[in-house]
Structure formats: structure tokens, C-alpha cells
Ligand binder design. Structure first.
Ligand code: N01
Length: 498
């Protein structure tokens, strides 16, 4: 039998109208499929542009890729896993978890691999979404975009980048064939990805230059390997596992209070980070270059116990003065330094404020979601956008969370979608659209909540803020549990039949 993952033939002819079409097989797309299935709806398909499930955990294969949230929390509430090997599991283990979900929840027959969404258009006459993919056309009554918050790499606009003649790749597109042994490499970016890569690759390199634009706050990452006895206990006693998960959740929730910019909590968190810096970096001059000048929490607080020690290695240099330009064989610093390299790794983040999928979704009146969002991304209950009937977004605007598990957020959004689908079914409505007033009110509430948070007051530049409007459009500006309480609710008068 042929492997559906290798099949690229054209077979989607648009003749069948599915109940639901989902874009993406990452954490959120697989959860959406599972919930449909568990509630008795088999009439859905999941479009996947790659030939494997897993989304960001399939794509981020860089050395050291791991989750910086505890795995017992960063996993589905409906599929607890007693076998996580450690608190912060690495990418292969998380990908295995997602593959097992797809298989054990019997989602694979619903997945169309190698089906990239070219354009999805709302057809008002038939009240369906017509989705043109690289494998043909598919139609759905409802479209759920689970295309990912951080799926499109952002390449830095550094003069001369295209002239570099060595290997160059983004952290989320790691070149598995690149042999780093004995080479001279540069890593641009010291965010969550960069600080995981640096300690892992440093030992095999002849030389590593770490190009930091802005120092990040780093706190210790106390990892721990679960023993076989503990795993057995969790297997036999799922209640204990649930208790562990719950306690981790509430411990993390306390951290939102810092993001609310309460001075005493910020000071306490800064002390923890500064103590790590002091302990691990004895050189005061290097310490100064690694010390942020903005409030902690303004950028994602990083967790690492091996990033600073890696910088202390003889073969690793921190370049903190900025990059002037790039030449065929070197990065040139603003300090005039010439850093000759064989390999350049761009750990420079993702297109978060302007998600590329938005240019491929066309709502009423032929307007794309990107055009609708030209002043900044926004969505009612983080999930629906006026002008886009029967479209639901998972992981869209205001769904990012830095202090707790992203998976909780996706699950709450899926409850919202399920609620709207139930409402449509109960009322015999073929299509709904969110009322503009409800959307406005929600966006105003988001702005009000965001105004006093450290993300807007902390004095840093981040991808959390949309540069076009200065608003916090990527993050949820409140506690994670408030998202869980608020987002699943469906107020009937917020959705209008169309
Ligand atoms: O990206 P980032 P990331 N010249 O945007 C620098 C998730 N994640 O891939 O701070 C020079 O955080 C940029 O500098 P600055 C998590 O949500 C999760 O590391 O903007 N430098 C910064 O240092 C995270 O927040 C895990 O001044 C340039 C870095 O590149 C998100 O992914 C693990 C530059 C980008 O940092 C993104 O993290 C990894 C330029 N032109 C990632 N442009 C988990 O463990 C950018 N930079 C769950």
C-alpha cells in the first residue's frame, strides 16, 4: 500500500463538501480533529502542507530544541502522558507524542498530506469555503485555520545576507546535513531558540560567535529526569498525574502577576535572573553586556542553565555591538570586527504579527484576511473575524502566552468553536458571522487589559507588539485561567446568520 505521506497526486476535486476543513496538523489542528471525532463528527479533513504531522514540533529540529514549559502541562488535557522523560522534554519526544495522537485518535485517514493551501475563498452563494490546494480543490462548510502562531521563519534584514557563501539557515529550518564539526559558526539571535542552540553546538565547533542584538532576561531551568518508578506511579494512578499538572498550572499562573507589572514582583523576578548571571558569568564586563535595560517579562523570560556557561567557553565569543553587514565569508560588526564564518544560523524568530496564512484567506467582498488586518490582527474571542463567515482561527490574535502552556489556550478556543457549531446545528443555520459590535467590544477589552502590562510599559521592542498600531496583538493580556473561563463562552447574539 502506498504511503499517504508521499502521495502528491491531485485528488481533491471539490466534489464533496465536508462539514469542517482544518488547516494544519500541529498541536491545535490535531486537537481540533480529535474533538470533532470524539463528539461523533467524522466529516472533516485536515490539510497539511508537509508530509508529516507535528507543526512547529516537526519543523524545529535544531540541536537542543526542547519545550521550556513542563511537558506534563504542555500536552493535551485529554491525553495525559505518564511517560514524559523529563520536566522539559526535547523535540523528538514531543513530536512522537503528536504522531501518537494522530495515530491513536485515528486522525490519519482525515489528513491530506502535501496539500498546501494556495487560496481559501468564501463562496456566499453556496455558503461554503472553496479551498484551492497544491493537490486540488476541497470544499468545507466551516474552515478552521490551525496554521500556527509561530510557523513562518522571519529572516533578518541585514545588508549582504544574500551574499554569504557558507551554509545559512533559520533555526526552524535546520539543515540536518550541515556538518558543524570543527567549523566556525555564527548564531544571530539570543531568544528562546538561540539560547537552546548555542550550548548544544558550541562543543563541536572550532569557533562560535553569538550575535546578540538585545540581552534577554534568563532564569534557571531546573530540569529533572522522571524515574521509572514515578512514571509507573503516574501510569497506575492518573489522578496523581492530574494533580501534578494542576499544581504546575497554578504555579505558572502566579507568574502572570509579574507581567501585570507589579513592581515588587518584577524586582523579585529580576533578582532571580541577576543571581544566575552573577553566578555563571564572573567577568563584570561580560555581565554588563548581558544585562537587559528593560523590565523583566517585557520580552519572553528565558529559561536556561547552560546558555551563560556556553558563553564562558574559550571557543565562544559574544558580539553585542550589533551587525553592520554580511560579506561572502564573514559577518561585520558595528564595532568594526570581522567575524569569519563557515556557517550562519539565523535564530531570528517568526512572522507573528502578520501571519502569512492571512494573505491566503478571502472573505466576503473578495477581501483577504491580510487586508482586513492591515491595521493589525484582531478577532472576536480571539477566534472569529467579521467579514469571514464560518471561519475560525486557533492560535490567532491575542492567544500567545508566555507564562503558561499554549496548549490550554488552543483547547479553550476549540471549545468556543464547538459551541458555535452546536449553536448553528441547533438553530439550523448554515453560516454565521460575528457581529462587528461584539468584535469591537472584545478588542477594546483587550486593549484596556494590555495597557498596564509589562509588555507595553516595560521599555523593550518585541514581536508581541504590532509595529503598525503599537498594540499587543499576539499575546493574551491576562491570566491563562481567565482565557479558559472566557473564551469557550458563546453568546448567541454575537453571531449573526448570514
Ligand atoms: O525568536 P525571538 P525565537 N539582527 O523572536 C534577534 C517560541 N519558542 O525563535 O531581541 C540581529 O524570541 C532578536 O533580537 P531582539 C517562544 O514563544 C519556544 O528565539 O529583537 N538580531 C532575538 O534575540 C518564543 O518566544 C520554545 O533585539 C536579530 C532573536 O533574534 C518564540 O518561539 C523554544 C535580528 C529572535 O528571538 C520565538 O523565539 C524556542 C536582526 N535583524 C522558541 N532580528 C519553547 O521552548 C531578530 N534578531 C517552547
Amino acid at each position: 500500500m502506498s504511503n499517504p505521506r508521499n502521495d502528491t497526486s491531485l485528488f481533491l476535486d471539490g466534489s464533496t463538501v465536508h462539514d469542517v476543513v482544518i488547516i494544519g496538523t500541529g498541536f491545535s489542528g490535531l486537537a481540533m480533529g480529535t474533538q470533532l471525532k470524539r463528539r461523533g463528527n467524522e466529516d472533516f479533513i485536515i490539510l497539511e502542507r508537509a508530509n508529516e504531522v507535528g507543526g512547529t514540533w516537526r519543523d524545529n529540529t535544531y540541536p537542543g530544541a526542547a519545550c521550556d514549559q513542563p511537558s506534563h502541562m504542555y500536552s493535551y488535557s485529554f491525553r495525559l502522558n505518564p511517560d514524559w522523560s523529563s520536566i522539559f522534554s526535547e523535540q523528538p519526544e514531543i513530536l512522537d507524542y503528536l504522531k501518537a495522537t494522530a495515530e491513536e485518535e485515528d486522525l490519519l485517514p482525515h489528513v491530506r498530506f502535501n496539500a498546501n493551501v494556495d487560496i481559501a475563498t468564501w463562496d456566499a452563494d453556496t455558503r461554503t469555503w472553496v479551498i484551492q490546494t497544491s493537490r486540488g480543490v476541497v470544499r468545507g462548510k466551516v474552515l478552521v485555520s490551525a496554521a500556527g502562531l509561530l510557523s513562518e521563519p522571519r529572516l533578518p534584514e541585514i545588508p549582504g545576507l544574500g551574499d554569504f557563501k557558507g551554509d545559512v539557515f533559520h533555526s526552524a529550518r535546520w539543515d540536518a546535513g550541515a556538518d558543524l564539526a570543527g567549523k566556525r559558526a555564527g548564531v544571530v539571535g539570543t531568544g528562546a531558540s538561540g539560547i537552546q542552540i548555542v550550548p548544544r553546538i558550541a562543543p563541536e565547533l572550532e569557533k562560535l560567535f553569538v550575535f546578540q542584538r538585545t540581552p534577554h532576561w534568563v532564569t534557571p531551568r531546573g530540569d529533572y529526569q522522571y524515574s521509572e518508578v514515578e512514571k509507573r506511579m503516574y501510569r497506575r494512578n492518573p489522578d496523581r498525574l492530574q494533580e501534578l499538572r494542576t499544581s504546575m498550572f497554578w504555579e505558572n499562573e502566579e507568574r502572570f502577576a509579574q507581567r501585570a507589572a507589579i513592581p515588587v514582583l518584577l524586582a523579585k523576578a529580576e533578582q532571580v535572573a541577576l543571581a544566575l548571571l552573577e553566578e555563571q558569568v564572573p567577568d563584570p564586563e561580560l555581565r554588563a553586556r548581558l544585562t537587559p535595560d528593560y523590565a523583566i517579562g517585557c520580552k519572553r523570560i528565558l529559561k536556561s542553565s547552560d546558555f551563560y556557561p556556553a558563553l564562558m567557553r574559550d571557543n565562544v565569543d559574544l558580539v553585542a555591538e550589533g551587525i553592520s553587514h554580511i560579506e561572502a565569508d564573514a559577518v561585520i560588526g558595528k564595532n568594526g570586527g570581522r567575524y569569519e564564518l563557515d556557517v550562519l544560523v539565523l535564530a531570528t524568530g517568526f512572522e507573528a504579527t502578520e501571519p502569512p496564512i492571512a494573505a491566503h484567506i478571502v472573505g466576503t467582498g473578495g477581501r483577504t484576511l491580510a487586508e482586513r488586518w492591515s491595521g493589525g490582527a484582531e478577532a472576536y474571542q480571539t477566534t472569529s473575524v467579521s467579514g469571514f463567515p464560518n471561519l475560525f482561527l486557533i492560535g490567532g490574535p491575542n492567544t500567545g502566552i508566555g507564562h503558561n502552556s499554549q496548549v490550554y489556550m488552543f483547547e479553550a478556543q476549540i471549545e468556543h468553536i464547538m459551541g458555535v457549531l452546536d449553536l448553528m446545528r441547533a438553530r439550523g443555520i448554515a453560516a454565521v458571522e460575528v457581529a462587528r459590535e461584539a468584535e469591537h467590544a472584545f478588542i477594546e477589552e483587550m486593549e484596556k487589559k494590555a495597557a498596564t502590562t509589562v509588555w507595553l510599559t516595560g521599555g523593550c521592542q518585541t514581536w508581541y507588539i504590532d509595529q503598525r498600531n503599537g498594540r499587543l496583538t499576539t499575546l493574551w493580556p491576562d491570566y491563562s485561567h481567565s482565557f479558559q473561563e472566557q473564551i469557550p463562552r458563546v453568546f448567541e447574539d454575537s453571531y449573526m446568520p448570514v
